[in-house]
Design a protein around this ligand. Structure first.
Ligand SMILES: Cc1cc2nc3c(=O)[nH]c(=O)nc-3n(C[C@H](O)[C@H](O)[C@H](O)COP(=O)(O)OP(=O)(O)OC[C@H]3O[C@@H](n4cnc5c(N)ncnc54)[C@H](O)[C@@H]3O)c2cc1C
Length: 387
């Protein structure tokens, strides 16, 4: 295995780093101010449009989308560097399109869906959401109750979805539903492309989360979806959903590496300047060990992320690696940010600094796309299989 990135992929990471420094970091004070005032940590429509225009100008659209759909088909391994840089800021900007949903679409769309959904998403013209979780089915999506029943050429969807990110702005939501109750999740779960204005699809509630993040509750009430909007094969939705979550978890791990690296850099800059009891903090063994442990864990996590991404590019089954990476990266970043907040004393507690926002972002990551305990269960189950 070669751990050197190709020259072009290193150049791409440098370009993203400049985009973060020039465009995203200057917006942080505004984002922090809004969050502290209880107005959420979102970008305004104008800020979003300006950033999209800049990203398009720099050629940063559709980085990992297929060339056939207008993208650049950058491999997962190069996306690790991209997402590490993006993780270094708390400004909530996602380079269009949303990669995980893109991956799911790439593996499932037919020609008509490619033109209607995949290509506009790659061009950054649309925003997507995914509806998996339900009030009674989160960690264990196999328990979902939302149904899709055939009616002539159409499907009728009924059920509730909760904690759905971007449901307020999404042009379409990939809704997971049970199409065969007897078969359940494996063989009886399917995915549907449901447009925002479809009658019977209602956003019923905004749910404010920590860190100024919002999720939404959706209701599907006799929601009629044309037959051609069944995504992938009927009954095979679970596998393509897992594929989506796999790439999302590598992306999340890379974001965690970026956040942890920034927290560590902040401590390394501050500790030599701040004196207590006549000595700089950096001379204290407690602080030095935090720094050393952070450096070790970031390095280990980066290797795990590159390993998973490389294997993913080879088309290997890496569910075990993905689960290990998701747990390790989110817990590593959480602990490093916590230590950084401690090292900054009261300054680490202020809402004027990004550390608390980084902590909230990582805290959310320890829940979505599978809580740590569920990934540990999966890792141990795989390890114990056949014993
Ligand atoms: C910010 C945010 C954004 C989200 N966005 C989306 C989205 O866009 N689309 C979507 O479909 N969903 C989304 N979710 C939902 C997310 O995927 C679920 O919250 C997650 O799967 C956990 O489900 P749950 O909240 O129902 O927790 P539960 O399943 O009720 O689990 C609660 C806790 O129990 C413990 N636990 C569960 N199972 C086990 C076990 N087997 N062994 C030991 N402990 C266990 C864990 O500690 C877990 O945190 C989002 C969630 C958050 C927080």
């Amino acid at each position: 295995m070669n751990f050197e990135l190709l020259e072009e992929h290193r150049a791409l990471q440098d370009l993203i780093a400049r985009f973060v420094t020039d465009e995203l970091l200057p917006l942080e004070p505004l984002v922090l101010e809004r969050e502290a005032a209880g107005r959420g940590s979102h970008l305004s429509a104008e800020e979003q449009a300006r950033l999209n225009a800049k990203a398009a100008e720099l050629g940063l659209y559709g980085l990992d989308a297929p060339e056939a759909a207008g993208g650049m088909e950058i491999p997962e391994i190069a996306m690790v560097g991209v997402n590490e840089e993006i993780g270094k800021t708390i400004t909530p900007y996602v380079l269009p399109p949303d990669s995980p949903n893109l991956r799911m679409l790439m593996s499932t769309v037919n020609d008509r869906q490619r033109e209607a959904y995949l290509e506009p998403l790659v061009r950054g013209e649309t925003v997507s959401a995914i509806g998996i979780s339900e009030p009674g089915a989160g960690s264990d999506p196999a328990q979902m109750k939302t149904t899709a029943i055939r009616d002539g050429d159409d499907w009728i969807l009924n059920g509730r979805k909760i904690w759905i990110s971007r449901a307020n702005v999404a042009d379409f939501t990939i809704v997971m539903a049970i199409t065969d109750k007897d078969k359940g999740a494996h063989g009886g779960m399917s995915a549907f492309l449901v447009d925002r204005d479809t009658p019977g699809l209602n956003v019923v509630r905004r749910i404010p989360m920590i860190g100024g993040h919002d999720t939404y509750e959706l209701e599907l009430q006799d929601c009629r979806v044309p037959g051609w909007k069944l995504l992938g094969e009927e009954g095979k939705g679970f596998a393509s959903m897992q594929l989506r979550l796999g790439s999302r978890r590598v992306e999340m791990a890379a974001n965690c590496i970026g956040m942890a690296q920034r927290a560590l850099d902040m401590v390394c800059e501050y500790a030599p300047q701040r004196k207590t009891f006549g000595e700089p903090l950096s001379s204290r063994q407690a602080i030095q060990w935090w720094i050393a442990d952070a450096e070790i864990r970031i390095h280990a996590c980066r290797l795990m992320a590159y390993d998973a991404a490389w294997k993913m590019d080879q088309g290997r089954d890496i569910r075990q690696e993905i689960s290990m990476l998701k747990v390790y990266a989110t817990e590593m970043a959480w602990e490093i940010i916590d230590k950084a907040m401690q090292a900054f004393g009261a300054m680490g507690m202020t809402k004027e600094w990004p550390l608390h926002q980084m902590a909230s972002i990582v805290r959310l990551m320890r829940i979505y796309d599978g809580p740590s305990e569920v990934h540990r269960m999966v890792i141990a189950r795989n390890k114990l299989r056949g014993r």
